[in-house]
Design a protein around this ligand. Sequence first.
Ligand code: SAH
Ligand code: SF4
Length: 348
Amino acid sequence: MINLFNYTESSLRQWLVSIDEPPSRGNEILKILHQQHETDFSACEQLSKSLRQKLASLANVEILSATVDNIATDGTHKWLFKLNDGNHIETVFIPEKNRGTLCVSSQVGCGLNCSFCATGKQGFNRNLTTAEIIAQLWVASKHYNITNIVFMGMGEPLLNIDNVVDAIELMLSDYAYGLSKHRVTVSTSGLVPQMQQLAQRTDVALAVSLHAPDDALRNILVPINKKYNIATLLATCKNYFGTSSKRKVVYEYVMLDGINDTPEHAAQLASILKDMPAKVNLIPFNPFIGTQYQRSSNERIDKFYQILSEQGIVATTRKTRGDDIAAACGQLKGDFNDRTSRRAREAV
Ligand code: SAH
Ligand code: SF4
């Protein structure tokens, strides 16, 4: 049995050839599945009888079941999905005036251990399949008009790049979700070789979790910095979209009280991003049980923002959404038991 959620335009064509069916039917199957949300092909008259029979005996669609399904007072919707192996992942929908953003998970847990992140505190369990990434969107798009997708849920998408790239292909496909490449964003902690690979393989938007303007501090907050330091990371970002493009990389900067939020940090951040095609997204820290950090005050965030602006750096402050149901950035942690050891994680 194959799970159709794993199949992109091209791999579906190949599969159809392998079962002696015309490959051109692939696009129709994608439309039925992803746009009409139909999982039972037996009633789809537009498909030939032989194809319907083969689909019934050779293919299925594994839908994720939600064990928790909560809507916050601000309309933010969080699902806790149970995977086949008993692991859980979280997905969040954030409604705004002119758009609907879905925040998807790419891994069960995360091995990169950023010190301010609830997912990182859990350790890593496994990568999600393409099907498990797409199933999050399939469920959410049944309820909402999804205009934007961010890979900002659980996990480091670039450590699962093959499945993430296939999922992106479906997100952009006119036969599936038809989203604009400007409205799908991969967020990474800064894995330089994989960022270079991603640039070769897709042209969706990129967000980089910077969080500190110098290596000493970033080594503590985002430990992968010990492997790819800020200078290496920014050099990779500078040409990410090619030198002729006007597209900007978004730099995420979590505001941690007294840690990375002083006027000096702001000035230093402005100086390292000068002359870069950059936009800074200030994220008020979202606390979780057991964390040693606190959220910066609004005054401190405003001051930080003001310094960046004065230095000519475009910045936005992310509104915290859904925190009454622990759906805000960095509060996602699903639930699983089987963690890798810290040593294995640090070897990533
Ligand atoms: N692993 C990827 C994507 C998932 S995290 C990455 O690190 O970019 C998505 C964003 O949420 C990242 O910018 C991350 O640094 C931020 N984040 C993590 N924990 C947070 C917290 N407790 N409060 C606010 N933002 C947080
Ligand atoms: Fe992983 Fe991103 Fe959390 Fe760091 S911030 S631990 S990379 S999910």
